[in-house]
Design a protein. Structure first.
Length: 151
């Protein structure tokens, strides 16, 4: 039985996408690369495609963090500080569960990344819920960013 991992979304299968890897035995995060070259102008927010989706257990989440070397070297920030990929994001009807990284460039210099640049890292973890919590019984996720409901 599969427990957790990454797959390439169907529209990126022929684009030479590499699955994320941990680089050392004690690394917590799986390095995530850009699926295309990208330019981020001064003051610009760019949604960077990865060509990836992630599957996991129902009580797990994939946290997305910007790589510290990218944040420091290029002065970039992950727009939502930590991206949260829920277990039911995988395989949703609108975007197949495509993981997209929202990077903001608050500096006065443009930044360019070639396809395959490691920009983020994903950390799988379990989460806890409160007693009696059973939200959305039978509800199926339908989309991408903000698809779990209102503001």
């Amino acid at each position: 039985m599969r427990k957790r991992g990454f797959e390439i979304i169907s529209s990126y299968r022929d684009r030479d996408i590499r699955l994320p890897e941990r680089r050392t035995a004690r690394s917590a995060g799986y390095d995530i690369e850009t699926a295309a070259s990208v330019n981020i102008g001064p003051g610009e927010l760019v949604l960077v495609p990865t060509g990836l989706k992630a599957y996991m257990q129902p009580d797990e989440v994939l946290q997305i963090h910007i790589r510290s070397s990218i944040a420091i070297r290029y002065q970039l920030v992950l727009m939502n500080s930590v991206g949260i990929i829920d277990a039911d994001y995988y395989g949703n009807e609108k975007n197949e569960g495509h993981i997209i990284i929202a990077l903001m460039n608050p500096s006065e210099e443009s930044v360019h990344f070639e396809k395959g640049t490691r920009i983020a890292q994903g950390v799988f973890t379990k989460y806890l819920v409160i007693d009696g919590d059973q939200p959305g019984e039978g509800v199926r996720r339908q989309g991408g960013f903000g698809s779990t409901g209102g503001d």
